[in-house]
Design a protein around this ligand. Structure first.
Ligand code: 13P
Length: 254
C-alpha cells in the first residue's frame, strides 16, 4: 500500500482573511513525512491566499468542487485549469452536500472526475449512503452505483490516480463515526468493486479514505484498518491542533 492521505475539508468556513494565519500555524507545526500526504481544501476565495503560504511546505492544496467544462459561459463556476493555475493538486468531487443541496447528478460527477484527471488534478470522489439506506441494508448497492457511474470512460492508468472517500451521510457532522469494522467492511467492498472493474493492480493503488466525524480520538483505530488509506476530515480540520493530531496518527500507521 502507498502513502496515507489526510485531507481537511473546510467546507464553507473561515474568512479569507483568517486563512493565512491559520495556514501559517499549520505549516510551522506540520512535520515533513515521507509516508503521509496532507491536503487542505479551503473555500475558493482562500485558494490564492493559501498557495504562497503552502509553497515549499509538506501541505498540498485542494479545492472543494470544480466545473467539468474547460471554460466559457458557465457563470459562477471554476474550471480545472483555473485550479491548476493556483497550484491546486486535489479536488473534492461529488460530496454528499453537493449531491443533496445542489442536486449534482451521477453524470455531472462522472464528467467532473474525467475533467480533473484530464487536467492533471487528483479527484477525491466522495460517496456514501444515508441512514435510511443503511437501515434498509442498501449501503453496498448505493455506493456501488455511485462508484461505477463515476468510473465511466476511465482507463486503468487514469483511474490509478483517483482517490475515493467513503463518507456515510449519517456520520457527517454528527459526531457519530462509523465503527472501524463498519468502515473497513465498506472499504473492502469498494476495493473489490475497483478490482472487478479496473483490475487488481489498480484497485490496490487507489486510495480509499474514510470521512464522517473523524477526530483525533478515533483516527488511529480507523487508520489501522487494512483498507482505510487515510481520512477526509471536516469539522476537526478547522482546529489546527486537532488536525495535527489526526495527521500524527496517520504517521504512526504509515
Ligand atoms: P465531519 O468531519 O465534520 O463529519 O465532515 C466530514 C466531511 O463531510 C468531510 O468531507
Amino acid at each position: 500500500m502507498g502513502k496515507l492521505l489526510v485531507v481537511g475539508n473546510w467546507k464553507m468556513n473561515r474568512m479569507p482573511s483568517e486563512a493565512e494565519p491559520f495556514l501559517r500555524q499549520l505549516r510551522e507545526q506540520m512535520p515533513a513525512m515521507q509516508h503521509v500526504t496532507v491536503v487542505v481544501c479551503p473555500p475558493f476565495p482562500s485558494l490564492p491566499i493559501a498557495a504562497p503560504v503552502l509553497e515549499k511546505s509538506p501541505i498540498q492544496l485542494g479545492a472543494q468542487n470544480m466545473c467539468w467544462a474547460r471554460g466559457g459561459a458557465f457563470t459562477g463556476e471554476v474550471s480545472p485549469a483555473m485550479l491548476r493555475d493556483l497550484y491546486v493538486t486535489h479536488v473534492i468531487l461529488g460530496h454528499s452536500e453537493r449531491r443533496s443541496h445542489f442536486h449534482e447528478t451521477l453524470e455531472q460527477i462522472a464528467a467532473k472526475v474525467r475533467a480533473a484527471l484530464d487536467n492533471g488534478l487528483i479527484p477525491i470522489l466522495c460517496l456514501g449512503e444515508t441512514q435510511a439506506e443503511r437501515e434498509a441494508a442498501r449501503q453496498s448497492s448505493v455506493v456501488e452505483r455511485q462508484l461505477i457511474s463515476a468510473l465511466e470512460g476511465l482507463g486503468e492508468e487514469q483511474a490509478r490516480r483517483l482517490v475515493v472517500a467513503y463518507e456515510p451521510i449519517w456520520a457527517i457532522g454528527t459526531g457519530k463515526t462509523a465503527t472501524p469494522d463498519q468502515a473497513q467492511e465498506m472499504h473492502a467492498t469498494l476495493r473489490q468493486l475497483l478490482a472487478k472493474h479496473l483490475g487488481e493492480e489498480t484497485a490496490r493503488r487507489v486510495r480509499i479514505l474514510y470521512g464522517g466525524s473523524v477526530q483525533a480520538a478515533n483516527a488511529l483505530e480507523l487508520f489501522r484498518q487494512p483498507d482505510i488509506d487515510g481520512g477526509l476530515v471536516g469539522g476537526a480540520s478547522l482546529d489546527a491542533n486537532e488536525f495535527l493530531a489526526i495527521v500524527a496518527h496517520a504517521h504512526s500507521c504509515a
